[in-house]
Ligand binder design. Structure first.
Ligand code: NDP
Ligand code: PHD
Length: 333
């Protein structure tokens, strides 16, 4: 049982789902604190039928807190996470800021729960696009090794926070009424459009989001030899990231074996019936905790090549659900 649990960024796109997931997953705590910036301090949020006032996040707010789930922008995490750790709390952080720090475990409970044991006060939850891909690849890798991954993402606007969802809705209304919409959160107007840029230029023409998919996959699987090549695209969908994944295992797998691996994998739901038009789509997968897989095919030209389609709610398994699962693992230790 956690004595005092603090949710930082409780008013954000991810933070709001964290509050739901805490109840859904049955996290046991004596007291719950909600923290955010001065923009939201003083507002009331309902959690499990109880009104809780949002407090200002400042160093003293972490006095007496045992566990923190933090969902803030990177620069805010950089400042506030040490405040909590210095006061003895363990922090599950959703931001990208600490993920590649060698002292910080980067954890997906279905894949590398053992990594939690090495924490020194901070445990990071991975990037949303990386999480769903790694959950889906894990059973294939366990059965036959993993050499190469080529992934193209179709990422929902909610990946960029609450304000981004409003930008899609406003700009779509504008377009439909014959006007042009302005772009504040995204690089271009996202309405009825696709933007092949998520994050900033990072390395050799790849964006920061694409490089996260490479580096975080290596860290979680503890294997830098896996060749990962990502192209990340923003699409005009509210919730649910989709991914077209091509991978090459070290040993060949039969198609029926691949289906069976997906069917029995923890956290994976297989929906694959093309003749009956049945496959995962983001609208159907929103609000669900799992990673959905479908359109599974063997490469016609390579014995170890496998193609599949993967969809998951970026705010749930991509963020809040994963962080709350980590919190449950922590409190069970
Ligand atoms: N959206 C997604 O799919 C995913 C997001 N993440 C990560 O989760 C984190 C949160 O993202 P998201 O919820 O989408 O973002 P939002 O913009 O929707 O929410 C941000 C939250 O952080 C709070 N915050 C901002 N600045 C401060 C501050 N100075 N002090 C205290 N609180 C502050 C906001 O509070 P206030 O109401 O006061 O502004 C709000 O609660 C980010 O690091 C993001 O990269 C990770 C995986 C997936
Ligand atoms: N960048 C992701 C969401 C996200 O916030 O990722 P990260 O936590 O790695 O910054 C997206 O926009 O869909």
């Amino acid at each position: 049982m956690i004595k005092t649990l603090a949710v930082v960024g409780a008013t954000g796109a991810v933070g709001q789902i964290v509050l739901e997931e805490i109840q859904k997953q049955g996290v046991q705590y004596e007291a719950l604190k909600l923290l955010a910036s001065s923009r939201s301090a003083g507002k009331t949020v309902q959690v499990a039928g109880q009104d809780i006032t949002v407090e200002l996040m400042e160093p003293a707010a972490f006095e007496g807190v045992d566990v923190v789930i933090a969902s803030t922008p990177d620069e805010v995490a950089a400042e506030c996470v040490p405040w909590a750790v210095e006061r003895g709390a363990v922090v599950v952080d959703e931001s990208a800021f600490y993920r590649m720090d060698p002292r910080v475990p980067l954890v997906i409970p279905e894949v590398n729960p053992q990594a939690i044991a090495k924490h020194q006060g901070i445990i990071a939850s991975p990037n949303c696009s990386t999480t769903q891909m790694v959950v889906a690849l894990h059973p294939l890798r366990q059965a036959a090794g993993l050499k190469r991954v080529v992934v193209s993402t179709y990422q929902a606007v909610s990946g960029a926070g609450l304000a981004a969802q409003q930008e899609l809705l406003n700009n779509t209304q504008s377009r439909l009424s014959g006007q042009t919409g302005s772009a504040a959160i995204f690089q271009h107007d996202i309405a009825l459009n696709l933007i092949p840029q998520i994050g900033s230029h990072k390395h050799a023409g790849f964006t920061s989001e694409e490089m996260k998919m490479v580096l975080e996959t290596h860290k979680i699987f503890e294997d830098d030899s896996i060749a990962v090549n990502a192209t990340c695209v923003r699409v005009p969908v509210l919730i649910g990231h989709s991914e077209s994944i091509y991978c090459e295992t070290a040993e060949p797998l039969e198609l029926e074996q691949i289906f069976e691996l997906f069917r029995s994998a923890e956290g994976v739901t297989l929906i694959d019936d093309l003749p009956n038009k049945s496959y995962p789509m983001p609208r159907d997968c929103a609000d669900q905790p799992d990673v959905f897989v479908g359109r599974v095919r063997k490469d016609l030209n390579h014995p170890c090549g496998i193609s599949f389609w993967c969809v998951s709610d970026n705010l749930r398994k991509g963020a809040a659900t994963n962080a709350v699962q980590i919190c449950k693992l922590l409190s069970a230790r």
